[in-house]
Design a protein around this ligand. Structure first.
Ligand SMILES: [Zn+2]
Length: 147
């Protein structure tokens, strides 16, 4: 009999580069961008990724965003938005990327972002304490709607 997946453990493994790739395959069923674009997430995996955004280890938070960037599920949007307040600049920057980048998404089709999300990204571009995060947000605004 197949063991049920321990999603919390798979999320923990995202912090460990020697076990990360295998964890990703078990978690979402794919590893490269092309296959990730076709994945239908199991509810447990989806919830685990959302929990991953609040993990104590910033590497796990970053990798959860990385997977969300490629999976492009619009139900992730409110969760990714809350990461714009993450204490770690590198994580906030990747949250801006995951929300605004089209290149990693299936068919290069970006998320459907509302005007209020644009306003939030404008706030980040102006007020984030980390210059690299502000720059990521400014670049996203400059390319907004230009898929
Ligand atoms: Zn991307």
């Amino acid at each position: 009999m197949k063991e049920p997946l321990d999603y919390a453990d798979l999320i923990n493994r995202l912090a460990d580069k020697t076990r990360r790739n295998q964890a990703i395959v078990l978690l979402v069923g794919a590893i490269n961008a092309r296959d990730l674009a076709k994945v239908t997430l199991k509810p447990g995996a989806k919830e685990a990724l959302i929990q991953g955004l609040k993990h104590a280890n910033p590497k796990v938070r970053w990798w959860s965003l990385q997977l969300m960037d490629h999976l492009a599920d619009e139900s992730f949007i409110p969760h990714i938005l809350s990461v714009l307040d993450d204490p770690v600049g590198k994580v906030r920057r990747h949250a801006v990327h995951a929300l605004t980048c089209d290149v990693c998404k299936p068919d290069r089709c970006g998320l459907g972002l509302s005007a209020s999300i644009r306003t939030r990204i404008e706030e980040v571009a102006q007020f984030d304490s980390d210059e690299r995060v502000r720059k990521e947000a400014s670049t996203a605004l400059a390319n907004w709607g230009r898929a």
